[in-house]
Design a protein around this ligand. Sequence first.
Ligand code: UDX
Length: 485
Amino acid sequence: MSNEAKDSQFEYCVSCLGAGYVGGPTMAMIALKCPEIKVIVADISKKQIDKWNSDHLPIYEPGLEEIIKATRGRNLFFTSDCTQAIIDADMIFVSVNTPTKKYGIGKGKAADLKNWELAARDIARVANAPKIVIEKSTLPVRTAHSMLRVLHANANEKKISFSVLSNPEFLAEGTAMRDLAKPDRVLIGGNTSKEDQHAVERLVWIYEHWVPKERILTTNLWSSELSKLVANAFLAQRVSSINAISALCEQTGADVSEVARAVGMDGRIGDKFLQASVGFGGSCFQKDILNLVYICETFNLKEVAAYWQQVITLNDYQKERFAQRIIKSLFNTVADKSIAILGFAFKKNTGDTRETAAVYICKHLLHEHAKISIFDPCVTSEQIINDFNEYEALPDGFVFEKCVTIHKSAYDACKNAHAICVLTEWDEFKELDYKKIYDSMVKPAFAFDGRNILDLEKLHKLGFETYGIGKPNVESVDMTKVSTV
Ligand code: UDX
């Protein structure tokens, strides 16, 4: 047990390197459920830590603020002193980001493990007692093995033992606190050595504070690492499958929501993750599938790699199709036309914009010289500006202020627009006064619903020309206009 934890009122001390979407909420939940454990969240970014220590948390998650208020300063501490966080802890979660590599071998596919390796080297350098190191970030299979080698090679002379466990996080953004409080399962992977099995027992002990024992699965290290990639690949595959069918529905006059309902009622299939959309986003789906594809290619499993790659190809197709539909409907040109973008986050109840379909759609429209006006209830202007600036492929001569405006209300964003596009399924978009919006728009006024949350028939009656994903055109429900196969 660490000195700090021994000397204080705490029985045990865990720390987490990386104070992002996974590290922050997960540690907050451990602190809430295990008051006798001291929990330290450390990040090299002082700015990020200052936000965690303020009234304005760096991420938005329903229920998170209340838990932080109850635990911060009690047994939950945020610090930018990573060295001390390593020294103090008996168990160290590593939750640093592992984006897709942008350079060298595996560029565009493999996970960039730079941050993870740096964290491992820091632990080896600083540790003065045995540590249990937990992989929390999604990592390629066999990373734990490489990390153990880095840890041992760098701490040999100190004769310190390390155990590396895999404990992937399955929380989804927007429902993180609920997912953490009542997880479908907790997965812990470890080697069979006595030391590692002891480490597994320690981690099981932490989760047992609030998770029923039968939901805590222990597996070997590789199974645990692979399961996370596979779970995300399967979920994304369902979205791509229903999105593929949405294209067919638009051609045949079938309604994708009706098809999804009928198919999902088959108990073997289930009804979740069958919501057709403008395309999936988020920090995990694309990254994890690319990672899976890369691993398959590495082992020369070409057919398997191609199979999973298609899930991404279809997602790109869906985004492209939506953008093309807007342009085609607006008489084949959006040049100098104002397009209102309702929703910029990759899904509702989060301010996260990583891999959001919205950036892709906006970029596409900007290349066609459209003017974009954006409203999202949660994404900050700073974030939207960052997302555009980070973009490599913006049109020549693009000047943000001239082409993009960010608004504080949906009504402002829609004023004088030629079209509105719903790109995130925020509940409040269902309740807007569309008569008021219609009256403020240029005519003919178009509505493109990339999330199928609007009542298109109602909008059509107001005068809108409407388009939903995988929906028959309201004006062409007349069967004579539906193409036959
Ligand atoms: C995902 C996994 O669900 C989670 O278990 C893992 O830990 C991290 O990755 P997250 O990225 O937060 O979580 O969001 P998720 O709810 O899975 O949605 C991903 C994307 O798919 C979003 O853009 C969402 O809008 C889209 N989606 C989801 C659909 O388009 N249709 C659906 O039916 C479901």
